[in-house]
Design a protein around this ligand. Sequence first.
Ligand code: PHE
Length: 447
Amino acid sequence: MSGTRGKFNSRIGFILAAAGSAVGLGNIWGFPTQAAENGGAAFVVMYLLLAFCLAYPAFMAELIIGRHGQANAVESLKKISTNNVQRKFAFVVGFGGILCAGLLMSFYAIVAGWMVAFTIEPITTVVGADSASTWLTTHGTQRNLLFTLIFTALTIFIISRGVENGIERWSKRLMPALVVLLVSLAIYVLTLEGATDGLKAYLIPDTSRLLEPELIVSALGQAFFSLSLGTSVIIIYGSYVGKNENLVSLGASVTLIDVFIAFLAGLLIVPAMYVAQAQGVEIFRDGVLLSGDTLVLTVLPALFDTMGNGGIIVSFAFFLLLSIASLTSSISMLEAPVSYTVERFGVGRNKATLIMGAIIFTVSCIIIFNFSSLFGFVISLTTEYGQPIIGMLCCIFVGWIWQRSSLLNELKNGNEQIEYSLFWKIWPWYTKLVCPVAIALVFINSL
Ligand code: PHE
Protein backbone atom coordinates (compact mmCIF):
# COMPACT_ATOMS: atom_id res chain seq x y z
CA MET A 1 0.00 0.00 0.00
CA SER A 2 1.38 3.43 -0.86
CA GLY A 3 2.11 5.80 2.00
CA THR A 4 -0.62 8.22 0.96
CA ARG A 5 -3.43 5.68 0.88
CA GLY A 6 -5.89 5.67 3.75
CA LYS A 7 -6.55 2.61 5.88
CA PHE A 8 -9.06 1.69 8.56
CA ASN A 9 -7.28 1.93 11.88
CA SER A 10 -9.21 -0.71 13.73
CA ARG A 11 -11.34 -3.74 13.11
CA ILE A 12 -14.34 -2.10 14.72
CA GLY A 13 -13.68 1.01 12.60
CA PHE A 14 -14.05 -1.03 9.42
CA ILE A 15 -17.10 -2.91 10.69
CA LEU A 16 -18.89 0.32 11.64
CA ALA A 17 -17.93 2.07 8.41
CA ALA A 18 -19.04 -0.81 6.19
CA ALA A 19 -22.16 -1.34 8.30
CA GLY A 20 -22.69 2.42 8.04
CA SER A 21 -22.63 2.12 4.27
CA ALA A 22 -24.96 -0.85 4.35
CA VAL A 23 -27.41 0.53 6.91
CA GLY A 24 -29.33 3.39 5.35
CA LEU A 25 -32.66 4.36 3.92
CA GLY A 26 -32.74 0.85 2.47
CA ASN A 27 -32.99 -0.67 5.94
CA ILE A 28 -35.08 1.82 7.81
CA TRP A 29 -37.39 2.89 5.03
CA GLY A 30 -37.08 0.41 2.15
CA PHE A 31 -37.12 -2.89 4.01
CA PRO A 32 -40.10 -2.27 6.32
CA THR A 33 -42.24 -0.70 3.58
CA GLN A 34 -41.42 -3.47 1.10
CA ALA A 35 -42.19 -6.04 3.78
CA ALA A 36 -45.52 -4.35 4.44
CA GLU A 37 -46.33 -4.19 0.73
CA ASN A 38 -45.29 -7.79 0.02
CA GLY A 39 -47.15 -9.88 2.55
CA GLY A 40 -45.26 -8.98 5.74
CA ALA A 41 -43.52 -11.97 7.25
CA ALA A 42 -43.35 -13.92 3.96
CA PHE A 43 -41.15 -11.16 2.58
CA VAL A 44 -39.05 -11.12 5.75
CA VAL A 45 -38.37 -14.87 5.45
CA MET A 46 -37.40 -14.64 1.76
CA TYR A 47 -35.26 -11.58 2.44
CA LEU A 48 -33.32 -13.34 5.19
CA LEU A 49 -32.76 -16.33 2.94
CA LEU A 50 -31.53 -14.29 -0.02
CA ALA A 51 -29.45 -11.93 2.11
CA PHE A 52 -27.45 -14.81 3.57
CA CYS A 53 -27.41 -17.15 0.57
CA LEU A 54 -26.81 -14.70 -2.28
CA ALA A 55 -25.98 -11.23 -1.04
CA TYR A 56 -23.42 -12.31 1.58
CA PRO A 57 -21.34 -14.40 -0.90
CA ALA A 58 -21.48 -11.52 -3.40
CA PHE A 59 -20.48 -9.11 -0.64
CA MET A 60 -17.48 -11.33 0.14
CA ALA A 61 -16.53 -11.31 -3.55
CA GLU A 62 -16.38 -7.51 -3.65
CA LEU A 63 -14.61 -7.27 -0.30
CA ILE A 64 -11.88 -9.68 -1.31
CA ILE A 65 -11.34 -8.02 -4.71
CA GLY A 66 -10.69 -4.74 -2.87
CA ARG A 67 -8.50 -6.16 -0.13
CA HIS A 68 -6.36 -7.95 -2.70
CA GLY A 69 -6.06 -4.91 -4.98
CA GLN A 70 -5.50 -2.30 -2.24
CA ALA A 71 -6.69 0.25 -4.77
CA ASN A 72 -9.85 1.80 -6.24
CA ALA A 73 -12.37 -0.48 -7.94
CA VAL A 74 -10.96 -0.21 -11.48
CA GLU A 75 -7.37 -0.88 -10.39
CA SER A 76 -8.36 -3.68 -8.03
CA LEU A 77 -10.25 -5.49 -10.78
CA LYS A 78 -7.39 -4.95 -13.22
CA LYS A 79 -4.97 -6.55 -10.77
CA ILE A 80 -6.77 -9.86 -11.01
CA SER A 81 -6.98 -9.72 -14.81
CA THR A 82 -4.30 -11.48 -16.79
CA ASN A 83 -4.79 -10.25 -20.36
CA ASN A 84 -5.92 -7.16 -22.23
CA VAL A 85 -9.49 -8.25 -22.82
CA GLN A 86 -9.89 -8.99 -19.13
CA ARG A 87 -8.37 -5.64 -18.23
CA LYS A 88 -10.89 -3.87 -20.49
CA PHE A 89 -13.66 -5.86 -18.86
CA ALA A 90 -12.22 -4.84 -15.47
CA PHE A 91 -12.47 -1.21 -16.48
CA VAL A 92 -16.08 -1.57 -17.61
CA VAL A 93 -17.14 -3.31 -14.40
CA GLY A 94 -15.14 -1.08 -12.04
CA PHE A 95 -16.05 2.16 -13.76
CA GLY A 96 -19.66 1.02 -14.15
CA GLY A 97 -19.79 0.48 -10.38
CA ILE A 98 -18.34 3.93 -9.71
CA LEU A 99 -20.86 5.50 -12.07
CA CYS A 100 -23.64 3.58 -10.39
CA ALA A 101 -22.48 4.85 -6.96
CA GLY A 102 -22.42 8.45 -8.23
CA LEU A 103 -25.88 8.18 -9.80
CA LEU A 104 -27.23 6.49 -6.71
CA MET A 105 -25.97 9.35 -4.60
CA SER A 106 -27.65 11.89 -6.87
CA PHE A 107 -31.11 10.58 -5.94
CA TYR A 108 -30.19 9.40 -2.46
CA ALA A 109 -29.12 12.94 -1.49
CA ILE A 110 -32.54 14.25 -2.51
CA VAL A 111 -34.37 11.75 -0.30
CA ALA A 112 -31.86 12.25 2.51
CA GLY A 113 -32.45 16.02 2.15
CA TRP A 114 -36.15 15.39 2.89
CA MET A 115 -35.09 13.57 6.04
CA VAL A 116 -33.02 16.56 7.17
CA ALA A 117 -35.94 18.92 6.43
CA PHE A 118 -38.32 16.71 8.43
CA THR A 119 -35.79 16.64 11.31
CA ILE A 120 -35.84 20.43 11.50
CA GLU A 121 -39.62 20.68 11.24
CA PRO A 122 -40.39 19.74 14.89
CA ILE A 123 -38.08 22.58 15.95
CA THR A 124 -39.84 25.18 13.78
CA THR A 125 -43.15 23.84 15.13
CA VAL A 126 -42.02 24.30 18.75
CA VAL A 127 -40.97 27.89 18.14
CA GLY A 128 -44.26 28.57 16.38
CA ALA A 129 -42.84 29.20 12.89
CA ASP A 130 -45.78 27.48 11.22
CA SER A 131 -45.16 28.67 7.69
CA ALA A 132 -41.58 27.37 7.91
CA SER A 133 -42.92 24.01 9.10
CA THR A 134 -45.27 23.82 6.14
CA TRP A 135 -42.51 24.76 3.72
CA LEU A 136 -40.17 22.13 5.18
CA THR A 137 -42.67 19.33 4.77
CA THR A 138 -44.16 20.29 1.42
CA HIS A 139 -42.72 18.96 -1.79
CA GLY A 140 -41.13 21.89 -3.64
CA THR A 141 -38.18 22.64 -5.89
CA GLN A 142 -36.61 25.24 -3.59
CA ARG A 143 -36.82 23.06 -0.52
CA ASN A 144 -35.42 20.09 -2.43
CA LEU A 145 -32.52 22.12 -3.81
CA LEU A 146 -31.59 23.60 -0.45
CA PHE A 147 -31.67 20.36 1.52
CA THR A 148 -29.97 18.29 -1.17
CA LEU A 149 -27.21 20.91 -1.08
CA ILE A 150 -26.97 20.78 2.73
CA PHE A 151 -26.82 16.99 2.73
CA THR A 152 -24.28 16.84 -0.12
CA ALA A 153 -22.12 19.43 1.68
CA LEU A 154 -22.14 17.30 4.86
CA THR A 155 -21.06 14.27 2.84
CA ILE A 156 -18.31 16.28 1.13
CA PHE A 157 -17.08 17.54 4.51
CA ILE A 158 -16.67 14.00 5.90
CA ILE A 159 -15.12 12.50 2.75
CA SER A 160 -12.62 15.33 2.34
CA ARG A 161 -11.21 14.39 5.76
CA GLY A 162 -10.10 10.99 4.51
CA VAL A 163 -10.52 7.41 5.68
CA GLU A 164 -9.51 7.51 9.36
CA ASN A 165 -10.49 11.07 10.26
CA GLY A 166 -13.56 11.16 8.06
CA ILE A 167 -15.20 7.84 7.28
CA GLU A 168 -13.98 5.85 10.30
CA ARG A 169 -14.32 8.56 12.95
CA TRP A 170 -17.79 9.64 11.85
CA SER A 171 -19.08 6.09 11.42
CA LYS A 172 -17.93 5.35 14.97
CA ARG A 173 -19.88 8.34 16.24
CA LEU A 174 -23.00 8.02 14.14
CA MET A 175 -23.64 4.26 14.11
CA PRO A 176 -24.03 3.79 17.90
CA ALA A 177 -26.30 6.87 17.99
CA LEU A 178 -28.40 5.27 15.28
CA VAL A 179 -28.82 1.98 17.16
CA VAL A 180 -29.77 3.75 20.41
CA LEU A 181 -32.39 5.86 18.62
CA LEU A 182 -33.80 2.91 16.71
CA VAL A 183 -34.14 0.64 19.76
CA SER A 184 -35.69 3.40 21.90
CA LEU A 185 -38.23 4.29 19.22
CA ALA A 186 -39.15 0.65 18.59
CA ILE A 187 -39.70 0.01 22.32
CA TYR A 188 -41.87 3.11 22.57
CA VAL A 189 -44.02 2.28 19.54
CA LEU A 190 -44.52 -1.32 20.70
CA THR A 191 -46.22 -0.02 23.87
CA LEU A 192 -48.92 1.79 21.87
CA GLU A 193 -52.40 0.57 20.96
CA GLY A 194 -52.57 -1.31 17.67
CA ALA A 195 -48.90 -2.32 17.71
CA THR A 196 -49.72 -6.00 18.32
CA ASP A 197 -51.60 -6.23 15.01
CA GLY A 198 -48.57 -4.83 13.24
CA LEU A 199 -46.32 -7.25 15.04
CA LYS A 200 -48.47 -10.17 13.87
CA ALA A 201 -48.42 -8.99 10.25
CA TYR A 202 -44.65 -8.63 10.48
CA LEU A 203 -43.84 -11.90 12.19
CA ILE A 204 -46.41 -14.51 11.13
CA PRO A 205 -45.72 -15.49 7.51
CA ASP A 206 -48.41 -16.11 4.94
CA THR A 207 -46.55 -19.06 3.42
CA SER A 208 -48.76 -19.06 0.30
CA ARG A 209 -47.04 -15.84 -0.82
CA LEU A 210 -43.49 -17.05 -0.17
CA LEU A 211 -42.75 -18.11 -3.75
CA GLU A 212 -44.46 -15.25 -5.58
CA PRO A 213 -41.96 -14.09 -8.25
CA GLU A 214 -42.57 -10.43 -7.45
CA LEU A 215 -41.81 -11.03 -3.81
CA ILE A 216 -38.56 -12.84 -4.64
CA VAL A 217 -37.39 -10.15 -7.07
CA SER A 218 -38.14 -7.38 -4.57
CA ALA A 219 -36.39 -9.26 -1.78
CA LEU A 220 -33.22 -9.81 -3.84
CA GLY A 221 -33.15 -6.21 -5.06
CA GLN A 222 -33.62 -5.06 -1.49
CA ALA A 223 -30.81 -7.32 -0.23
CA PHE A 224 -28.40 -6.02 -2.91
CA PHE A 225 -29.31 -2.43 -2.26
CA SER A 226 -29.03 -2.88 1.45
CA LEU A 227 -25.57 -4.44 1.32
CA SER A 228 -24.40 -1.66 -1.06
CA LEU A 229 -23.47 -4.24 -3.72
CA GLY A 230 -22.71 -3.57 -7.37
CA THR A 231 -21.50 -0.03 -6.75
CA SER A 232 -17.79 -0.64 -6.14
CA VAL A 233 -18.32 0.75 -2.65
CA ILE A 234 -17.51 -2.52 -0.91
CA ILE A 235 -14.47 -3.01 -3.17
CA ILE A 236 -13.10 0.35 -2.07
CA TYR A 237 -13.86 -0.23 1.62
CA GLY A 238 -12.22 -3.65 1.28
CA SER A 239 -9.11 -1.96 -0.10
CA TYR A 240 -8.72 -0.05 3.17
CA VAL A 241 -8.61 -3.30 5.17
CA GLY A 242 -5.22 -4.63 6.25
CA LYS A 243 -3.90 -8.01 5.07
CA ASN A 244 -3.88 -9.26 8.65
CA GLU A 245 -7.66 -9.06 9.04
CA ASN A 246 -9.99 -12.04 8.83
CA LEU A 247 -12.23 -11.04 5.91
CA VAL A 248 -14.73 -13.84 6.32
CA SER A 249 -15.70 -12.79 9.82
CA LEU A 250 -15.57 -9.08 8.93
CA GLY A 251 -17.99 -9.67 6.05
CA ALA A 252 -20.24 -11.82 8.22
CA SER A 253 -20.33 -9.17 10.96
CA VAL A 254 -21.36 -6.46 8.51
CA THR A 255 -24.05 -8.66 6.93
CA LEU A 256 -25.43 -9.61 10.34
CA ILE A 257 -25.54 -6.00 11.52
CA ASP A 258 -27.22 -4.92 8.30
CA VAL A 259 -29.88 -7.62 8.44
CA PHE A 260 -30.40 -7.11 12.17
CA ILE A 261 -30.97 -3.37 11.75
CA ALA A 262 -33.39 -3.91 8.87
CA PHE A 263 -35.29 -6.39 11.04
CA LEU A 264 -35.29 -3.95 13.96
CA ALA A 265 -36.52 -1.13 11.72
CA GLY A 266 -39.39 -3.42 10.69
CA LEU A 267 -40.23 -3.83 14.38
CA LEU A 268 -40.58 -0.06 14.53
CA ILE A 269 -42.24 0.84 11.21
CA VAL A 270 -44.75 -1.97 10.64
CA PRO A 271 -46.28 -1.73 14.15
CA ALA A 272 -46.18 2.09 13.82
CA MET A 273 -48.36 1.81 10.71
CA TYR A 274 -50.95 -0.19 12.60
CA VAL A 275 -50.76 2.19 15.56
CA ALA A 276 -51.45 5.00 13.09
CA GLN A 277 -54.44 3.06 11.77
CA ALA A 278 -55.75 2.59 15.33
CA GLN A 279 -55.50 6.40 15.70
CA GLY A 280 -57.66 6.89 12.62
CA VAL A 281 -54.86 7.59 10.12
CA GLU A 282 -55.45 6.01 6.69
CA ILE A 283 -52.77 3.44 5.81
CA PHE A 284 -54.60 1.45 3.12
CA ARG A 285 -56.38 2.96 0.14
CA ASP A 286 -58.66 0.66 -1.89
CA GLY A 287 -57.17 -2.28 -0.05
CA VAL A 288 -53.64 -1.37 -1.13
CA LEU A 289 -51.04 -0.13 1.30
CA LEU A 290 -50.07 3.49 0.76
CA SER A 291 -46.80 3.60 -1.13
CA GLY A 292 -43.31 4.13 0.32
CA ASP A 293 -42.93 7.87 0.51
CA THR A 294 -46.53 8.49 1.53
CA LEU A 295 -45.98 6.03 4.34
CA VAL A 296 -42.86 7.65 5.74
CA LEU A 297 -43.64 11.27 4.93
CA THR A 298 -47.40 11.33 5.56
CA VAL A 299 -48.60 8.37 7.63
CA LEU A 300 -45.87 8.44 10.26
CA PRO A 301 -45.93 12.24 10.73
CA ALA A 302 -49.73 11.96 11.07
CA LEU A 303 -49.14 9.38 13.79
CA PHE A 304 -46.64 11.64 15.55
CA ASP A 305 -49.22 14.45 15.44
CA THR A 306 -51.70 12.33 17.39
CA MET A 307 -49.16 11.94 20.21
CA GLY A 308 -49.27 15.55 21.39
CA ASN A 309 -46.05 17.10 22.72
CA GLY A 310 -44.31 13.73 23.01
CA GLY A 311 -44.90 13.29 19.29
CA ILE A 312 -42.68 16.28 18.56
CA ILE A 313 -39.73 14.57 20.26
CA VAL A 314 -40.49 11.22 18.60
CA SER A 315 -40.73 12.87 15.20
CA PHE A 316 -37.42 14.67 15.71
CA ALA A 317 -35.71 11.44 16.83
CA PHE A 318 -37.18 9.41 13.97
CA PHE A 319 -36.07 11.74 11.19
CA LEU A 320 -32.71 12.33 12.85
CA LEU A 321 -32.28 8.56 12.76
CA LEU A 322 -33.02 8.48 9.04
CA SER A 323 -30.69 11.43 8.39
CA ILE A 324 -27.80 9.76 10.23
CA ALA A 325 -28.33 6.45 8.46
CA SER A 326 -28.38 8.25 5.11
CA LEU A 327 -25.18 10.12 5.85
CA THR A 328 -23.11 7.04 6.68
CA SER A 329 -24.35 5.52 3.39
CA SER A 330 -23.79 8.56 1.22
CA ILE A 331 -20.20 8.95 2.39
CA SER A 332 -19.48 5.49 0.99
CA MET A 333 -21.13 6.44 -2.32
CA LEU A 334 -18.98 9.55 -2.66
CA GLU A 335 -15.82 7.68 -1.66
CA ALA A 336 -16.15 5.46 -4.76
CA PRO A 337 -15.57 8.19 -7.39
CA VAL A 338 -13.27 10.21 -5.11
CA SER A 339 -10.84 7.33 -4.51
CA TYR A 340 -10.75 6.67 -8.25
CA THR A 341 -10.05 10.32 -9.12
CA VAL A 342 -7.34 10.61 -6.46
CA GLU A 343 -5.54 7.44 -7.51
CA ARG A 344 -6.06 7.61 -11.26
CA PHE A 345 -5.41 11.30 -11.87
CA GLY A 346 -3.23 12.14 -8.88
CA VAL A 347 -5.62 14.89 -7.78
CA GLY A 348 -5.55 15.89 -4.08
CA ARG A 349 -8.34 14.47 -1.91
CA ASN A 350 -9.95 17.83 -1.10
CA LYS A 351 -10.07 18.86 -4.71
CA ALA A 352 -11.32 15.47 -5.91
CA THR A 353 -14.05 15.49 -3.26
CA LEU A 354 -15.21 18.96 -4.26
CA ILE A 355 -15.22 18.14 -7.97
CA MET A 356 -17.10 14.85 -7.55
CA GLY A 357 -19.49 16.36 -5.01
CA ALA A 358 -20.23 19.22 -7.42
CA ILE A 359 -20.85 16.87 -10.35
CA ILE A 360 -23.18 14.70 -8.30
CA PHE A 361 -25.01 17.74 -6.95
CA THR A 362 -25.48 18.99 -10.52
CA VAL A 363 -27.07 15.66 -11.46
CA SER A 364 -29.30 15.93 -8.36
CA CYS A 365 -30.39 19.39 -9.55
CA ILE A 366 -31.24 18.03 -13.00
CA ILE A 367 -33.35 15.34 -11.31
CA ILE A 368 -35.05 17.92 -9.07
CA PHE A 369 -35.97 20.13 -12.04
CA ASN A 370 -37.33 17.13 -13.97
CA PHE A 371 -38.63 15.29 -10.96
CA SER A 372 -41.59 13.44 -12.43
CA SER A 373 -39.66 12.03 -15.37
CA LEU A 374 -36.21 11.44 -13.85
CA PHE A 375 -36.53 10.56 -10.17
CA GLY A 376 -38.14 7.12 -10.60
CA PHE A 377 -36.07 6.46 -13.71
CA VAL A 378 -32.70 6.98 -11.98
CA ILE A 379 -33.79 4.86 -9.02
CA SER A 380 -34.79 1.96 -11.23
CA LEU A 381 -31.74 2.33 -13.50
CA THR A 382 -29.34 2.07 -10.57
CA THR A 383 -31.06 -0.27 -8.15
CA GLU A 384 -32.92 -2.63 -10.49
CA TYR A 385 -30.38 -2.82 -13.32
CA GLY A 386 -26.98 -1.40 -12.35
CA GLN A 387 -26.53 -3.04 -8.97
CA PRO A 388 -27.58 -6.62 -9.81
CA ILE A 389 -25.66 -6.64 -13.12
CA ILE A 390 -22.42 -5.26 -11.68
CA GLY A 391 -22.75 -7.43 -8.56
CA MET A 392 -23.11 -10.46 -10.81
CA LEU A 393 -20.08 -9.45 -12.89
CA CYS A 394 -17.98 -9.16 -9.72
CA CYS A 395 -18.90 -12.76 -8.86
CA ILE A 396 -17.85 -13.74 -12.40
CA PHE A 397 -14.52 -12.00 -11.86
CA VAL A 398 -13.87 -13.90 -8.67
CA GLY A 399 -15.15 -17.23 -9.98
CA TRP A 400 -13.89 -17.29 -13.56
CA ILE A 401 -11.13 -14.75 -14.06
CA TRP A 402 -9.15 -14.68 -10.84
CA GLN A 403 -6.59 -17.47 -10.73
CA ARG A 404 -7.76 -19.92 -8.16
CA SER A 405 -4.46 -20.24 -6.29
CA SER A 406 -4.14 -16.47 -5.97
CA LEU A 407 -7.74 -16.17 -4.75
CA LEU A 408 -7.20 -18.86 -2.13
CA ASN A 409 -3.97 -17.19 -0.98
CA GLU A 410 -5.79 -13.91 -0.53
CA LEU A 411 -8.48 -15.66 1.50
CA LYS A 412 -5.79 -17.11 3.75
CA ASN A 413 -4.40 -13.69 4.64
CA GLY A 414 -5.38 -12.97 8.22
CA ASN A 415 -7.04 -16.37 8.53
CA GLU A 416 -4.62 -19.32 8.33
CA GLN A 417 -7.21 -21.74 9.66
CA ILE A 418 -9.64 -21.02 6.83
CA GLU A 419 -8.61 -24.18 4.94
CA TYR A 420 -10.51 -26.24 7.49
CA SER A 421 -13.68 -24.18 7.35
CA LEU A 422 -16.97 -24.70 5.59
CA PHE A 423 -16.56 -21.31 3.92
CA TRP A 424 -13.39 -22.51 2.16
CA LYS A 425 -15.12 -25.62 0.89
CA ILE A 426 -18.26 -23.95 -0.33
CA TRP A 427 -17.75 -20.29 -1.16
CA PRO A 428 -15.34 -20.48 -4.18
CA TRP A 429 -17.50 -22.73 -6.31
CA TYR A 430 -20.69 -21.24 -4.98
CA THR A 431 -19.56 -17.77 -6.12
CA LYS A 432 -18.45 -19.22 -9.42
CA LEU A 433 -21.61 -21.13 -10.28
CA VAL A 434 -24.58 -20.50 -8.06
CA CYS A 435 -24.38 -16.72 -7.47
CA PRO A 436 -24.13 -15.52 -11.09
CA VAL A 437 -26.82 -17.92 -12.29
CA ALA A 438 -29.20 -17.15 -9.44
CA ILE A 439 -28.72 -13.40 -9.77
CA ALA A 440 -29.19 -13.60 -13.54
CA LEU A 441 -32.35 -15.67 -13.15
CA VAL A 442 -33.91 -13.29 -10.69
CA PHE A 443 -32.87 -10.36 -12.85
CA ILE A 444 -34.33 -11.83 -16.04
CA ASN A 445 -37.49 -12.62 -14.14
CA SER A 446 -37.76 -9.00 -13.09
CA LEU A 447 -37.76 -7.88 -16.73
N1 PHE B 1 -27.01 0.26 1.55
C1 PHE B 1 -27.53 1.58 1.55
C2 PHE B 1 -28.93 1.58 2.18
O1 PHE B 1 -29.41 0.58 2.57
C3 PHE B 1 -27.59 2.18 0.18
C4 PHE B 1 -26.33 2.08 -0.60
C5 PHE B 1 -26.36 1.47 -1.84
C6 PHE B 1 -25.14 2.60 -0.12
C7 PHE B 1 -25.20 1.36 -2.60
C8 PHE B 1 -23.98 2.51 -0.88
C9 PHE B 1 -24.02 1.90 -2.13
O2 PHE B 1 -29.55 2.58 2.27
